[in-house]
Design a protein around this ligand. Structure first.
Ligand SMILES: Cc1ncc(COP(=O)(O)O)c(C=O)c1O
Length: 396
């Protein structure tokens, strides 16, 4: 039978990523490709304790259906986290629990985008957001970025001319893929422009709490008057991704819309995941867990940067992130990172994500993303040595 699939599938490209993920599963592959947190740092013993307790004490609630908006005590925890981030009272009515922030991206797109609408985003931007938005058939306007964030004069030019513009998507803290963070000035400038052009901002912020020194910069949501910013949060990088728990923080009117979408999409996030995580928050100190994982990630990032200084040839540059999970490498312009990957890196059993897929309109080929959170020191050094060898051979 010929499958009569929907037109929207033409816009969605999962193929190259699936091939890459297959390649990274080859035994002995040193993979800097995934955006994975380090599994050895998951608080598995603590989670085993809470899981046992929940199943013993409240199985009839934990194993049952529950409300689409999410488990109230967990929404309270998320509202409290947000209060610290935005310095004002946050009501549980402004929080909806999602299956990770990836579902938040899908819901925002489902609620906002008609085919042919325009989305503004950073260039480069998070691949998973591009894929989530693409399903709803928008066109993308990419705004160039530098080490301080989006270039706001370019953003304003785009805002002035874009028809059917639905939202500006940003990942302002330790961005995936570049590892860069927006300066305070750019954050303030963005919110001013959103107000001037009466535009919605989607702030996707999985990495803000993973800063290696100093303190967190104010979130864009903290500068909002309440209606211009949708904030997407997640436990994936600060606790673990396996529970698939994230949240949307937005005005009540939007949360009601997302609740309707949630009901239609999957009824609710897993009841038992929500209750277990809530019990973990009650019994243990998540802040001290976050401090301990940050120390490891900061150390691994330094190991990777030192190795790149030693082994990467001249003409190759990279970001030195102050938090998060990624660094972004720029090769000389004539080098295609995807070809480097297939012809030189995979045969040496080392993998990364070629940069082209982080540009929704394609064309830029000479970047790649490296993840530093997931490999022990020795493998980071060996992987970067092999990668340096691969780049040098390709350049020759
Ligand atoms: C910027 C960004 N947004 C969203 C996600 C989705 O994360 P999750 O659905 O696990 O919360 C990721 C995952 O890597 C990410 O990097």
């Amino acid at each position: 039978m010929k499958l009569k699939t929907a037109n929207r599938l033409k816009n969605m490209d999962g193929g190259s990523m699936i091939d890459l993920l297959k390649a990274t599963q080859i035994p002995e592959m040193i993979s800097f490709a995934g955006g994975f947190p380090a599994p050895e740092l998951f608080p598995s013993e603590e989670m085993a304790e809470v899981s046992k307790k929940i199943l013993k004490e409240m199985p009839h609630i934990a194993l049952q259906y529950s409300g689409a908006e999410g488990y109230l005590p967990l929404r309270k925890h998320f509202a409290c986290r947000m209060e610290k981030k935005v310095n004002r009272r946050v009501s549980t009515e402004e929080i909806l629990i999602t299956c990770g922030s990836q579902q938040g991206l899908d819901f925002v797109a489902k609620a906002m985008i008609n085919p042919g609408d325009t989305i503004i985003c950073e260039s480069p931007t998070y691949l998973g957001a591009i894929n989530a938005f693409r399903a709803y058939e928008p066109s993308f306007v990419e705004i160039p970025t530098d080490e301080h964030g989006m270039i706001l004069s370019e953003l304003e030019k785009a805002l002035a001319v874009c028809g059917n513009m639905k939202f500006i998507y940003v990942n302002p803290d330790f961005q995936n893929p570049s590892g860069r963070s927006w300066s305070l000035e750019r954050r303030k400038g963005l919110i001013e422009l959103a107000k001037k052009y009466d535009t919605l901002i989607v702030e996707d912020n999985p990495y803000g709490e993973l800063y290696f020194q100093g303190s967190e910069l104010p979130s864009i949501k903290s500068m909002d008057d309440g209606r211009h910013v949708i904030f997407l949060g997640t436990l994936s990088k600060i606790l673990c991704p396996g529970y698939r728990l994230g949240w949307i923080y937005a005005c009540e009117e939007l949360i009601q819309i997302f609740k309707t979408i949630k009901q239609a999409a999957d009824l609710q996030s897993s009841t038992i995941s929500q209750i277990e995580v809530c019990a973990y928050f009650d019994a243990y100190d998540i802040e001290s867990h976050i401090s301990s994982i940050k120390k490891v990630y900061s150390h691994r990032k330094n190991v990777m940067i030192d190795a790149m200084k030693k082994y990467f040839p001249k003409g190759v540059t990279y970001t030195n992130p102050k938090g998060g999970l990624f660094t972004w490498v720029t090769l000389p312009e004539n080098i295609d990172a995807a070809v480097l990957q297939t012809e030189k890196a995979i045969p040496r059993k080392v993998a990364f994500v070629p940069g082209e897929s982080f540009y929704p309109n394609g064309k830029i080929k000479n970047n790649f993303r490296l993840n530093f959170s997931c490999m022990p020191d020795g493998k980071i050094v060996e992987g970067i040595r092999l990668l340096g060898e691969a780049i040098t051979e390709y350049m020759e």
